[in-house]
Design a protein around this ligand. Structure first.
Ligand SMILES: [Zn+2]
Ligand SMILES: [Zn+2]
Length: 1012
């Protein structure tokens, strides 16, 4: 048995423990009332449900019926057999509750096709209940409804209902337990899920719907209710075609890449000939009963496939005839092997596919900049590494073509706090590239990484005389508070120390390992904004909202073009426009040096790439604001460097990405990889036999969702602890070899409780302390937006490298969406989700945190009274299998007058800083100086207005209102500027709409933005 199979079996065993506890089927007696104990499989008395007065919600929260809705095949009368099961718990004289032998009654049903309600089996079921309890009073019946849908097709609903009174003299609790319904002997036809768009790629058929439950189709085609809905998601395999898999090991691609690459492209081509030919599509069309529209869709998808194939062929050609690019590519592979540090040693085919398809944007003149490329892949596939491969190739190519310094890429995340693990991957990759650069003696600055998230997480600058709250260079503890790296990116050791170096005014990460390949004192990793401006790291990673600084910080110019010079003092780096406290433009306090002109070609400084991770999160107001800032960044780069950067983005979903890209970046969109002919088969990925995640939908009955979560955690922890205390017994029960015990303890010993609101999470955290009853310690930690930076790092450390004793480890993590991005820990394999998240995208992202390498188990606890949760529960299988299709189109606009009112000040001031001030050669920080410069250089209201209209693309017929707003704004701005006796001191005072936004999130909390 392989390790994968053993983990899979253990997971099945673990799940069974939880479900048994929820249902009570392995118990015979109880000291407490069963009603307060079990959360699935039970049916309340109908009278009790009616008395609750909660209507349909009450029926969902504590149902009295469970059953199946189906579409019969063929004509009435329909005859079939309904098998119903149930059992009763009775309280004995000594106070103990004891389970009576259950009933299992088969009731023949025959029903005509006239609409109406029918009842069957009352006598049989009631008789069986009497036999099992030895008392009378409990009753039960089978109800059938016949209805016709809009197309007049008949639909049947078969329910078993607990018709008992609320209480009986001999039984306080008339709830029935372990209830189920099974239908045999009836042919059915499937429903078509109408809420999903028709697509040739997906199967929309649903065999039957469960009422207050899930539905299983048994081996002999019976329909059976299930207490929970279980959906297995297979792990993708990255090579499923007949051709032998090409050798894509780093080592091979470093020495002789062309044969493997050619083999890959050839396999892609061959697969296309097998899959996308008209004859094949005809065949599929016939088998899948495609509509003519679906056939047309498939034809278009085929054309997209061949376009992708053309890009691969083109990339290969480019490598063949561009020796410099080929060298950069081969060296990149060596860099990746250093970065991977033995964790993996080869590319997945799709990663290489992406690289080949995008080589043109590194090597060609026009940079392909009018197209934004989106990489879309199931989470956990290695998207980040794919990006990094491209960035390293570009950075090496830059050095080889004479860009000896400057930034190659600015990579942004839409979140307030960038994931530390993600940052570490960037650092590891660039450290690998730097080692290669040194080995190959390639000229230029060291490759480096900047972390640009600003205040809160890391400092904007280190002041000489720190005010309270500012980072104090005199405080020995200050550097440690800003540690970002988890490990040394060069030697991968836990050897990071932090220091502030007064001489070079640097807040530096250092490696204390004597054997580290990096021998200099400070690691090439910058976390203070000022240091990023001074040293222009090769790759800057940060959060999107930081773009707002471009209206305030002269140094932000380095993200769209060149600095203004370099300081004559050793180690001070680049300089920008002078300021009163920085008269020479050097950002080192008290610098006595003087600026020296730039040596390299100025236009080479501008970043080649702007990257956007988690593109789908750029929506609503954040998306609208960012759209304006993206246009601003493009405008500044083309003013300063004469070109546009290439945009690369990754997204968890593809719903409406073309429109979103167009609105955000004013570029056309292209996606890699194009999807295969069905959701399970594609060239780059297809379903394998291995389990990636088992999703279990739970609708807790008769108890609160909080209680169900507490109990689930309790059972999970008890089960795992049994594995430790009685390994032989558990392994025998699970059917696995005992040699896997330590491995399984590590993989399934931590439970993540994922909540959508902080209030939910607070409640969970509180009740974990009191309600989870296990032997031994229960250690918990939390990962939410409120968790301190240092605590996040400590928790990630403990998860990655657990304590040796199980009792010392973390057992439960409460987490919010903050952890749904970039947290990649193999030991997280069990999640309990408290309520269905608001968007399908978040569901996909969050659940992808577990089961990254080993089978994961996800309990989705539905807040079943809510309409949305109830509707997800009804179609849970499709929701999981076709999650991407449930993603709502992303609401976004760039034509919002209210947003423009927020962004315009920043846009204009950024232009003054980056374009006008740089041209003027002096500080334009006062109104007086700005006025003098504008007058002298003929900068007018209309020239500035025109520049903004062009950069935003507000020149269409629909944009008149926006143009009028802009005109009014500029008129007042220039009136204020030219006012001779004006009281305005700084240029930002001139804005009629107030100061520039300090963060792109400033509008976040407000109402959704609508276009004009
Ligand atoms: Zn090191
Ligand atoms: Zn200086």
């Amino acid at each position: 048995m392989t390790q994968q199979q053993a983990t899979s079996r253990f997971l099945t065993w673990l799940d069974r423990q939880v479900l048994n506890a929820g249902r009570g089927n392995t118990l015979k007696e109880l000291a407490v009332e069963p009603k307060g104990r079990f959360w699935i499989g039970r049916l309340a008395s109908e009278e009790a449900v009616i008395e609750s007065g909660l209507g349909e919600r009450g029926e969902r929260l504590d149902p009295c019926a469970v059953g199946i809705r189906l579409r019969p095949l063929g004509n009435a009368p329909w005859s079939f057999v309904v098998k119903a099961t149930a059992c009763v718990w009775m309280r004995e004289a000594n106070g103990v509750w004891r389970k009576r032998p259950g009933i299992c009654q088969r009731v023949p049903v025959s029903i005509g096709d006239s609409e109406g309600d029918y009842e069957f089996g009352v006598a049989e079921l009631t008789g069986a209940l009497r036999l099992c309890c030895g008392q009378t009073g409990l009753t039960c019946s089978i109800r059938a409804e016949v209805r016709r849908d809009l197309a007049s097709r008949p639909e049947l609903t078969i329910l078993v209902v607990n018709t008992s009174p609320k209480t009986l003299p001999w039984l306080k609790d008339t709830t029935l337990y372990e209830c189920s319904v099974e239908l045999s002997g009836l042919m059915t036809e499937p429903f078509i899920l109408e809420s999903l768009p028709d697509s040739f790629r997906y199967d929309r058929r649903v065999p039957a719907y469960g009422i207050n439950c899930g539905i299983e189709v048994t081996k002999n085609s019976n329909l059976r209710t299930s207490d929970v809905v279980v959906v297995d998601k297979p792990r993708p395999q990255y090579w499923s075609v007949d051709e032998p898999v090409p050798d894509l090991a780093f080592a091979e691609l470093e020495t002789d890449p062309l044969p493997s690459l050619a083999q890959l492209v050839e396999a892609h081509t061959n697969w296309g000939h097998r899959t996308w030919t008209p004859a094949t599509l005809d065949d599929r069309s016939l088998r899948g009963s495609w509509s003519p529209a679906m056939r047309v869709q498939a034809e278009a998808a085929g054309a997209e496939f061949w376009a992708e194939n053309g890009r691969l062929t083109g990339g290969l050609e480019l490598l063949r005839r561009t020796p410099r690019l080929l060298r950069a590519f081969t060296l990149m592979n060596r860099a990746m092997s250093y970065a991977a540090n033995g964790k993996y040693d080869a590319w997945r085919p799709f990663q290489i596919g992406f690289l080949l398809a995008n080589l043109a944007c590194i090597a060609s003149q026009d940079n392909d900049a009018e197209i934004a490329d989106v990489v879309w892949f199931a989470t956990g596939g290695g998207k980040t590494e794919t990006y990094l491969g491209l960035l390293i190739t570009a950075a090496l190519y830059d050095r080889l073509r004479g860009k000896t310094t400057g930034t190659t890429a600015w990579s942004r995340f839409p979140l307030r706090m960038l994931s530390l693990q993600q940052t570490q991957r960037f650092a590891d990759a660039m450290a690998g590239a730097e080692r290669v650069r040194r080995e190959e003696a390639i000229a230029g600055d060291p490759f480096s990484v900047g972390f640009l998230v600003g205040q809160g997480a890391t400092p904007n600058s280190i002041p000489e005389d720190a005010q309270p709250g500012e980072p104090d260079p005199e405080d020995d503890k200050m550097p440690g508070r800003y540690r970002v790296l988890l490990k040394c990116p060069f030697c991968h050791g836990s050897s990071i120390t932090m220091a502030f170096d007064r001489r070079y005014w640097r807040l530096a990460h250092q490696c204390s390992n004597e054997a580290c390949p990096w021998t200099e004192r400070h690691l090439p990793f910058y976390i203070v904004d000022d240091e990023i401006y001074r040293f222009l790291p090769t790759v800057i990673v940060g959060t999107l909202d930081k773009a707002a600084s471009i209206a305030m910080q002269g140094g932000m110019r380095c993200l769209v073009g060149s600095p203004l010079g370099i300081c004559s003092e050793n180690g001070h780096g680049y300089v920008y426009a002078p300021r009163s406290k920085k008269p020479n433009g050097c950002l080192v306090p008290g610098c006595k040096g003087s600026p020296v002109g730039l040596s390299g070609r100025k236009e080479l400084y501008a970043p080649t790439f702007r990257l956007q991770d988690e593109l789908h999160l750029l929506r609503d107001s954040l998306g609208a604001v960012d759209a304006h800032y993206e246009s601003l960044l493009d405008h500044l780069e083309s003013e300063i460097a004469g070109r546009k950067p290439k945009i690369l983005a990754s997204s968890a979903t593809l719903t409406g990405y073309e429109r979103q890209i167009n609105l955000l970046y004013r570029r056309d969109a292209r996606v890699f990889p194009v999807q295969g002919p069905s959701s399970e088969e594609g060239f780059w990925a297809a379903a394998s036999d291995d389990l990636a995640r088992r999703y279990v939908a739970v609708a807790p009955r008769g108890v609160t969702i909080e209680y169900a979560v507490d109990q689930t955690v309790t059972e999970l922890q008890r089960a795992v602890r049994r594995l430790q205390t009685e390994p032989q017994v558990v392994c025998a029960e699970a059917g696995i070899d005992a040699r896997w015990v330590d491995h399984l303890l590590s993989l399934y010993g931590v439970d993540v409780v994922y909540g959508n609101t902080l209030r939910d999470l607070d409640a969970v955290a509180r009740s974990l302390e009191t309600q989870v009853n296990v032997v031994g310690e229960l250690n918990t930690a939390s990962l939410t937006g409120r968790t301190d930076f240092e605590d996040v790092r400590a928790t990630l450390d403990r998860l990655e490298e657990p304590e040796s004793a199980f009792d010392d480890r973390l057992h439960v993590i409460t987490a919010s969406s903050m952890m749904s991005h970039g947290v990649d820990i193999d030991r997280l394999n069990v999640m309990i989700m408290l309520g269905v998240p608001l968007t399908a995208a978040e569901f996909i992202q969050a659940t992808a945190r577990v089961g990254r390498r080993w089978p994961g188990l996800v309990y989705v606890m539905h807040k079943i009274a809510r309409e949305r949760d109830a509707s997800v529960f009804r179609s849970f299988a499709k929701f999981v299998q076709q999650g991407d299709r449930f993603v709502e189109p992303i609401p976004i606009t760039r034509r919002s007058r209210r947003v423009l009112e927020k962004t315009i000040a920043g846009v204009v001031l950024a232009r003054i800083l980056a374009v006008h001030e740089a041209k003027s050669g002096e500080a334009l920080t006062t109104v007086r100086k700005l006025r003098a410069y504008f007058v002298k250089n003929g900068v007018t209201q209309s020239s500035e207005l025109e520049a903004v209209i062009q950069m935003m693309g507000f020149d269409g017929n629909l944009d008149e209102a926006l143009r009028n707003d802009l005109q009014r704004w500029f008129r007042r701005f220039f009136e204020n500027l030219m006012e001779p006796g004006g009281t305005f001191k700084f240029p930002s005072d001139l804005s009629p709409t107030g100061k520039p936004m300090r963060s792109l999130r400033d509008v976040e909390e407000e109402a959704p933005i609508l276009g004009v």
